[in-house]
Design a protein. Structure first.
Length: 554
């Protein structure tokens, strides 16, 4: 597993530096004059800001650098918490009253002054240690500006998602449509993460050949639960919610729905991770209860060939990587290549970058969007980045290694505040449907949004969302129950598993998952994920448990 926990430090520094500046400006006339300590803190942070790009890069391989950055990040979080405490204790009305009574705030005054002085000295000690390392000032760092792109609300209209998969779709649809097997046909699609298994399954699912089929789509995820899968099938076929807890009752109800005379059903089980053969046989048996009455076709997507072979009734389909030329096509579409004045100069560089995508569409999408605003020299910098050959990725399979490097390059191109907003998304479980408005409110509550004299906080958050969508770090999701739950249209997002992995790597020990066995609170934890079992008005297509993020600061 790559060590990426230090990759947030520059973003935290930027935010804390701005917080210190705001405190200086906001309290310049206070009776308690902490400006001297605050200014020294700000100067200490500015003294290391120029070398953090190189420090973060070295931290992936160097444990000593990683430890130094961790100490720096911990100190900055402590300063941020102290400033929050300072702000909350300095309400205008309270100070107006306190100012009329001499000596009333002497205790808190010296307590806060001592704390601030101690933190300033500790910060200066840590920042001065950067001279012990051979960091270089990175003047070629690529930080991507915001692109004002129209947000799409379609789930298959983005043609970059289906480049080079027409042949595979035709092969699978023809095979399934012509299947003469009685009862059930199970066709697994397997391949590495990000290669396009889910997208191919969506293309088949939405093909006109299956317009007369009753259709069921279930996201399975790493948390395998037969009861949830069974209830989700029942909910989608019956057009009503199902929460049957007793196994035999659920099987009886499934039999009624699946065995209807002449009934044709298409089921997609997306992202199956379960390896236990007994569990897989039980799943297969649960969906085979249709017997002779109807025809059930099941498409399964999985990364694991062994799982594909255990669950299949027909030969599994291995999805091959995209050709380099197809990855280049995706990059061209995402970076608006044809509109560039210098396209003749950057084409050869772009083709070299496309070869680094490992045939994975997700990597090509992220890189293509990142390249859009960059100059010729910056395209060269991407092609020659040392991230492509990091020893930290050596244990990963070759295509997966390339995908991680692509995603990390895209992450590093983000502005500081966007990095924080993206990393925060790690609080959601894999496959979770994220409500856009809820996410924006949480970003704002955590002060992740950059200050601006031109745009409102909401407008900036909308820009962050568009940027993450453009990078394919967020993807549109569809829910058939949101109108019922909220009484209005609600935008939902999901994260690809590999993108979610990157967010988790970056957050590292700042995130505590209470759902994990033997989970222990760490001293560096700032966020807790509390898993709740909520059955009321759930989306029948969503088979994973709901989750409520909580914040812990300490």
């Amino acid at each position: 597993m790559p060590k990426l926990e230090a990759m947030l430090v520059s973003s935290v520094l930027s935010v804390v530096s701005q917080q210190i500046g705001a405190t200086i400006r906001g309290h310049i006339r206070l009776q308690w004059d902490f400006n001297k300590d605050l200014n020294k803190m700000k100067m200490a942070l500015e003294s290391v800001q120029a070398v953090l790009e190189d420090a973060e890069r070295q931290s992936i391989q160097d444990a000593t650098v990683r430890l130094w950055l961790k100490r720096l990040k911990d100190a900055m979080y402590a300063i941020s918490d102290m400033l929050d405490e300072f702000e909350s204790s300095n309400k205008p009305a309270r100070w107006k009253f306190a100012a009329t009574i001499p000596g009333i705030a002497i205790g808190p005054r010296f307590s806060m002054a001592n704390k601030m002085k101690k933190m300033r000295e500790e910060l200066e000690n840590i920042t001065n240690q950067h001279q012990n390392f051979r960091f270089t000032t990175d003047i070629s760092s690529i930080v991507q500006p915001f692109l004002d792109e129209r947000e799409t609300d379609s789930y298959l209209n983005d043609q970059t998602l289906i480049v080079g998969r027409t042949e595979e779709k035709i092969r699978i649809t023809d095979s399934l449509y012509e299947s003469t097997m009685e009862g059930i046909t199970i066709l697994p699609i397997y391949g590495i993460g990000g290669i396009g298994k889910t997208t191919l399954a969506k293309l088949v699912f939405n093909d006109t050949l299956f317009k007369d089929y009753s259709q069921v789509w279930i996201y399975v995820s790493q948390i395998f639960n037969l009861n949830k899968i069974g209830n989700s099938v029942i909910s989608q076929l019956s057009k009503g919610e199902s929460h049957i807890a007793e196994k035999q009752r659920m099987r009886t109800r499934l039999a009624e729905l699946l065995s209807a005379a002449g009934k044709k059903i298409l089921i997609v089980l997306d992202d199956l991770w379960e390896e236990n053969e007994i569990q897989l046989e039980e799943l297969k048996g649960m969906l085979t209860v249709g017997g002779e009455g109807g025809k059930v076709i099941v498409i399964v997507t999985t990364r694991d060939e062994a799982i594909a072979k255990k669950i299949c009734t027909v030969h599994p389909y291995k999805l091959p990587p995209l050709a380099d030329e197809r990855c280049w096509d995706i990059i061209k579409q995402k970076c608006a290549f044809e509109a560039r004045d210098d396209k003749d100069h950057v084409e050869s560089i772009g083709r070299d970058i496309a070869m680094k995508c490992g045939g994975v569409a997700l990597a090509a999408q992220a890189l293509g969007y990142m390249l859009k605003p960059l100059t010729f020299g910056e395209w060269e910098a991407v092609k020659n980045s040392d991230l492509w050959n990091l020893p930290a990725f050596k244990d990963e399979p070759s295509p997966q290694r390339n995908v991680l490097a692509c995603l990390l390059l895209s992450y590093k191109s983000m502005p500081s505040h966007l990095k924080l907003c993206f990393a925060y998304c790690a609080i959601f479980p894999r496959g979770h449907k994220i409500v856009k408005d809820d996410l924006i409110h949480q970003w704002i509550a955590h002060d992740f949004v950059a200050p601006s004299s031109i745009f409102s906080t909401r407008q900036l958050c909308e820009s962050y969302v568009k940027q993450l969508l453009g990078l394919s770090f967020l993807q549109h999701a569809k829910s058939f129950s949101t109108n019922v739950v909220h009484g209005r249209d609600v935008s939902l997002f999901t994260m690809h598993d590999l993108v979610h992995d990157l967010a988790r790597f970056v957050m590292a020990d700042e995130l505590h998952d209470t759902g994990k066995v033997r989970s222990i609170w760490g001293s560096n934890c700032r966020y807790a994920v509390v898993r709740l079992v909520l059955y009321q008005r759930r989306d029948p297509r969503d088979s994973n448990s709901d989750c409520q993020p909580c914040t812990h600061t300490g």
